[in-house]
Design a protein around this ligand. Structure first.
Ligand code: PLP
Length: 388
């Protein structure tokens, strides 16, 4: 059988078999609406399952269960917190027009939400990032205004994997009376994520980045008073997010959270070792490799490199032919055919951005997978360079 080495785990991960097993009954026998638990025993089973998932997710991020709001994933959580807090703070809490501080290299779920707010007349400052791919807290400090309602900086970037000094930035936000959000979609279950250590008021999580199902995530909300509902409806999630619960998805998220918490210490070490081996062995065989962004402050599963004299498109196609699936540019957005906004935000020019690839490992990645990539990629680079 043809060998497939999946190195695009930052885009999505396969659902773990144990996660699928826990989800299955909630599609069929246990299909009840969890909101009917007061008068039906099957509703009670679904309700208990949803609440158990809430406890498991809370345990993963160090929050109280009632601070976990189920959503349809990272994109919804990001949209909700930006729109829900800036509007609320502007209208009610601070009695002033809202200003949002975020960064140039955020995921489009944040960037496009910020632009939507801007179109409605709210003010937004996009902090610059620089070569390291790490936001400087002093730049956030300089961006703060008396009207700043929210600061939203991602915990780790989805393309280059760089980890941000969220606790320092949260301190600055709070000193200025603003709330703090972080998009922890790329860090949850990969590195320790604790809402109190980070000092955040809101935090976004998506299940499909840690072997859970797609279309489900959470928004951690420290204080429900701080934001408006995003989806008005039937009173679910304390009236903050209407819509019948996605019970199988939520159960899957809960199981993935439980497994993620158990596996984290070992996986952090294992993936760091594999990722570092991948870099050192590729660098030993291919000259002109440069790592995009800081290598130390980086999630263990991410390697983003540019390879001098290479166009990433033919390289990724050739890798795909050889069974290695990886990404260039923004992998969550295949339409981003120009340079990735993340790479340009850290100072890469068009040529550098177009010579970059992201190799992202996951729970299913084996040492043999990494060795296969180390064996195959140098030959493909050599061939493409000879053709140039
Ligand atoms: C950092 C980051 N935020 C948000 C998202 C969106 O999450 P979802 O796919 O659950 O909507 C992603 C993944 O695509 C991501 O990497």
């Amino acid at each position: 059988m043809e060998r497939i080495v999946y190195m695009d785990n930052a885009a999505t991960t396969p659902v773990d078999a144990a996660v699928l097993d826990e989800m299955k009954p909630f599609f069929t026998e246990q299909f009840a609406n969890p909101m009917t638990y007061a008068h039906s025993s099957s509703g009670d089973v679904a309700h208990v399952a949803v609440e158990e998932a809430r406890v498991r997710v809370a345990s993963l991020i160090g929050s109280q269960p009632e601070q976990v709001m189920f959503t349809s994933g990272g994109t919804e959580s990001d949209n909700w917190v930006l729109k829900g807090t800036v509007e609320r703070a502007s209208r009610e809490r601070l009695h002033k027009s809202g200003h949002l501080v975020t960064a140039e290299f955020e995921h489009h779920a944040i960037l496009h939400s910020a632009l939507a707010l801007q179109r409605q007349g709210y003010e937004v400052t996009f902090v610059k990032v620089g070569h390291s791919g790490i936001v400087d807290p002093d730049d956030v400090q300089r961006a703060m205004r008396p009207t700043t309602a929210l600061v939203s900086i991602m915990h780790a970037n989805n393309e280059i994997g760089t980890i941000q000094p969220i606790a320092d930035i949260a301190r600055i936000a709070h000193e200025h009376g603003a709330l703090m959000h972080t998009d922890a979609v790329q860090t949850t279950a990969h590195i320790p994520v604790d809402v109190d250590t980070l000092g955040v008021d809101f935090l976004s999580v998506s299940a499909h980045k840690f072997n859970g199902p797609k279309g489900v995530g959470i928004l951690f909300v420290r204080d429900q008073e701080a934001l408006y509902p995003f989806i008005d409806g039937g009173g679910q999630e304390w009236g903050l997010r209407g819509s019948t619960h996605n019970v199988p998805g939520i159960v899957g998220l809960g199981k993935a959270a439980q497994l993620g918490k158990e596996r984290l210490p070992r996986e952090l070490e294992r993936l760091t070792m594999l990722r570092d081996m991948l870099l050192s062995k590729l660098s030993a065989q291919i000259d002109g490799i440069v790592v995009n962004g800081d290598m130390k402050q980086r999630v263990p599963q991410n390697l983003n490199i540019r390879i001098e004299g290479i166009d990433n498109e033919p390289l990724l196609l050739a890798m795909n032919e050889a069974g290695i699936i990886a990404a260039g540019g923004s992998a969550c957005n295949a339409l981003e055919t120009l340079a990735s906004h993340v790479l340009t935000s850290i100072g890469c020019d068009l040529k550098e951005a177009k010579s970059s690839i992201r190799l992202s490992l996951g729970y299913a990645t084996t040492t043999e997978d990494v060795n296969y990539a180390i064996d195959v990629i140098p030959g493909l680079v050599k061939f493409l360079r000879s053709m140039a």
